[in-house]
Structures are given as C-alpha cells and as structure tokens.
Design a protein around this ligand. Structure first.
Ligand code: HEM
Length: 477
C-alpha cells in the first residue's frame, strides 16, 4: 500500500480488512505497546489509526494544528440527517465558532457563579435524600446519580430539572447510555462501507442500528419541544441558559452575514445532544468510581471524613468557599480521574495533513488516539502507579498540588474538554455532601471489584452491592 516507509510499526494488515489484531481494551493497548513501542499503527477497513502511549508523544501531537480535526463518522449525524453540526465532532470554523460561544457560556453561567453552585447544591441535597432510603442493607449505587448529573447539565442548557423517577428521562438516559456502549458496533459501517448495503433487519441485528433509530425519535421530539418553548418565552434582556444565549447570538449573527454563523437550529440541536452526551455519562461514572474507591480504601475514607468534619460543622453545608480547606478531597477527586481513566484513549482526533511525530510520518486522515490510561500508569511520572493514593496530589505543606505532566483525564490542547471546571465543581460539591452524611463499605466479607467493565474506549465501573451507612447513627471505625 502507498504508505511512507517510516510510518510507526504495527500488526500485519490484510487489504480491505485491516490489521490482524485488535486494540479494544486497556489490556490490548498494553500488549501492543509492549510489542511495537510507544507509538503504533493499526488499520480497520480502509482507515489507519495511530496510538500514542506516552505523554511526550501526546503533547507533541496535540500541540500541532494538524491534529485538531475529528474523523467524520456518518453515524454521528443521525439527529441532523447527515449534516455535520454541533461542537464535539465538527471541524474548522463551524467548530471554533461554537466552541468559543460555549466556552463563554460555561464561564458566564457555570464558573464560580452562584447560579450553577445553587443548581448543583440543590441536586446534591436531593441525591443525599435518595441515598438515605438505601441505608444499612446491601444496595447498588442508585440511578439517581445519573439523573442528578443530567439535571445539572440540563439546568445549564435549558434551565430545567427532572424528578428521579421521571420515566421519560430515565428511558432517554438508558437509551443514550446504550448508544454510548454500542458505539463500537454503530461505527463499523464508517470503516467498512459495504455494511451499509446489508438489509435493514441485519443492520439492526449486527450493528444495533435500531438503537440509533429509537434515540433519534426520542431526542428529536425532546430537543424540538425545548427549543420552541425557549423561542416562545425568550426575554432578550434576561437570558437564563445556553439555549437563550444561542438564540440571541444567532439573531445577532444574521445582522452580520459575513461573520461566523451558527447553522440555525441544526447546530443547536446537536449542541444540546453534545453537552448531554459529553457531560452526563462522564461525570456520573466518575462519581460512581469515587464512591467505589473510597468504599474499598477505608483509610482514604477515614481521612476524608476527618478533613470534612474538621472544616464543616455537622449542620453546615459545603460550598465552593471551602475549597482551599479541603485539599484531601480535591486530591481524591484527582486521583480518581487518574486511577479510573474514564476516557481511556481520549476522544479520537484525525490528522489533516501528513505530520512528523516521534521520528515517524503519520499520513493525512489517520485517526489519533491518546492513550491516557497508559500515561496515567507511566512509572516515569507516577510512583507506584498501581496504588490508589490521593497523597500523591498533596505537597509537603499538606496543600493540594496538581500535576500537569502525564495527566490528561480531560484531554489536552485545542480540543480539551470544555466542561472540566463544571465537572470538577459537581464532583467536589456532590461528593463532599455524600461524604459528610454517609459511610460507604463493601458488604461483609466481600472485596469490591475495581476492574472496569470490558468495554471499548471508556471505563465504566461494575455495578455491585455496597453498604451505605448514615454517619450520625453509627460511629465509624
Ligand atoms: C468527569 C467528567 C468529564 C470527563 C472525564 C471529560 C473528558 C473529556 C475528554 C477526554 C474530551 C476529549 C478531548 C479531546 O478531544 O482531546 C472531552 C471533550 C468534551 N467535553 Fe468533556 N469530560 C467531562 C465532563 C464534561 C462536561 C460536564 C461537559 C459539558 C457539560 C463536557 C463537554 C465536553 C465537550 C463539548 C467536548 C468536546 C470539545 C471539542 O471537541 O472541542 N465534558 N471531554
């Protein structure tokens, strides 16, 4: 095949099919890295994929202006009938216009302002009440974790929230989760276009296309309804949420037709979906990992309880003002990002021209995966990386210290997550509220399973029973 002769090494390939090996799970990444080195090349169908397995390579790649684009998968545009829209998977000016707009919104609505802090605290209280119904008997972490995180995104986007038992929302959430989990199947026709010619019943069976069809039906109604409601009630002098601001900005843009433009309601529909998809499964899964890790590390939990009790009176609520006084909490959240590596290979980028990287040529159109899970366990940057140790984020004066090198739960560079500060605010406030009220432990005699589910690209924790105890009724240790 017509490849430059210094492309990275990788498994043998068969024309039309791809590599004679696969890289789906973290164990595959480790295995292939050990065999071919920190940069290796795979092929699926007609597409090449390069995997970057150390921080220096990821940093070098993501500081290039030619590794910013996303692969254009048709399966992503099911809500807009094939038209690229939104922020997370578009490129060029369409992407940068929306990204700048959203970053501004996140700063104005979300960051450090009481609007979002209030919204998060209200969800945290509701969540704590729901946990209270499950105390003293083996119980799984409830679905309310997802609804509460979704409510926070929904407050930001549409100024609305839902009851924990709202069937419409639970259905939509489950469907979205399924769509996420089955992306691996849904994306196959983008690699093997011949699959598009299979009859529909086979596509449903093999590629799970019926999930996309169902999600489309539900999401289209949901977003259309919400946008129309906002349009009808818009008060231009007092915009409240992202949709209000978008509608106003779109009006402004029309006065200046030569400036950057949103693609009308399509961009808005897809942006709503992007914020949902990017904002809720990521944050709620991280909250689940936090609970699981402290339940299986009693010493960490004891220190967290001590720290919280020393800063907050028993009837006093956590707020963002306490942040500097809770370094161990901050460190535990960071260590959880490192240890679970939720987006274990980041979100794929694509080269927009041939580039040089780590002494190799990477051809134009290659998908680029930043293996954050491998960076997070690299012994050159992390002492005893296999241990869950929040102390690594604490300095010699007992203060929280961040680490930039080889730490990238939110990605790095121009595509870095725009919701990082919001996610952090949520995890900090919600987890502190739960810790103040509850103690988490495995059922007697049980060791919790901290291995992620076998699932390509993301690390979900396994659903398992915990014993949740109210702290004021049962002294700890
Ligand atoms: C613990 C929670 C979260 C994690 C671990 C996470 C992680 C990530 C990662 C790894 C990326 C890809 C970066 C890249 O392409 O190199 C990303 C992108 C993105 N995230 Fe997050 N995220 C989280 C929460 C959120 C939240 C709360 C929101 C918004 C409500 C959000 C919105 C986005 C968007 C819109 C993008 C696409 C940015 C772009 O393509 O320009 N994320 N996130």
């Amino acid at each position: 095949e017509n490849l430059p002769n210094n492309v990275p090494k990788g498994p043998l390939t068969i024309p039309g099919l791809g590599s004679l090996d696969y890289c789906l799970y973290l164990s595959d990444m480790r295995r292939l890295r050990d065999k071919y080195g920190d940069i290796f090349l795979m092929k699926m169908g007609s597409k090449y994929m390069v995997y970057l397995c150390n921080y220096q390579l990821v940093k070098e790649a993501f500081s290039s202006p030619h590794v910013v684009d996303r692969p254009q998968f048709q399966m992503l545009w099911f809500l807009t009938d094939g038209v690229p829209a939104g922020v997370a998977f578009t490129d060029g000016e369409q992407w940068s216009t929306l990204r700048k707009f959203l970053m501004r919104q996140m700063r104005n609505l979300g960051m450090g302002k009481s609007y979002m802090e209030d919204a998060i605290m209200s969800e945290a209280r509701k969540l704590a009440n729901d946990f209270e119904k499950r105390v003293d008997k083996p119980a799984k972490i409830p679905k309310s974790v997802e609804v509460s995180v979704l409510n926070i995104v929904w407050q930001l986007v549409a100024n609305k929230d839902y009851e924990y038992d709202d069937k419409k929302v639970i259905d939509l959430m489950d469907l979205m989760h399924k769509w996420f989990v089955d992306t691996g199947y849904l994306v196959l026709p983008d690699f093997f276009p011949i699959l598009n010619y299979l009859p529909k019943f086979l596509r449903n069976y093999l590629l799970k296309e019926h999930i996309t069809d169902e999600l489309k039906k539900k999401c289209i109604d949901f977003t259309k309804e919400t946008i129309e409601e906002h349009r009808a009630n818009l008060d231009c002098d007092n915009p409240v949420d992202v949709i209000d601001h978008y509608l106003i900005e779109m009006d402004e843009q029309q006065k200046n037709p030569n400036g950057p433009q949103f693609k009308s309601d399509l961009d808005l529909t897809m942006t709503i979906f992007d914020l949902f998809a990017a904002g809720f499964d990521t944050t709620s899964s991280t909250l689940r990992w936090l609970i699981l890790y402290v339940a299986s590390h009693p010493e960490v939990q004891r220190k967290l309880h001590e720290e919280i009790d020393s800063v907050l009176q028993s009837d006093e609520e956590i707020s963002l003002n306490h942040k500097d006084s809770l370094p161990y909490l901050e460190a535990t959240i960071y260590e959880t990002h490192r240890y679970c590596s939720f987006a274990m290979a980041g979100v794929f980028h694509q080269t927009s021209k041939d580039i040089q990287l780590g002494g190799h040529t990477i051809p134009k159109g290659t998908h680029v995966y930043a293996c954050q899970a491998l960076c997070h366990e690299d012994p050159n940057y992390w002492k005893e990386p296999e241990k869950f140790q929040p102390e690594r984020f604490i300095d010699e004066n007992g203060k929280f210290k961040s680490q930039k090198e080889s730490f990238m739960p939110f990605g790095i560079g121009r595509r870095q997550c725009i919701g990082e500060a919001l996610a952090h605010m949520e995890l900090y406030l919600v987890f502190a509220m739960l810790l103040q009220k509850f103690h988490f432990a495995p059922p007697q005699g049980v060791t919790l399973d901290l291995e992620p589910k076998q699932q390509p690209l993301v690390h979900y924790c396994k659903d398992q029973d915990l014993i949740i105890t109210l702290r004021n009724t049962k002294p700890e240790e």
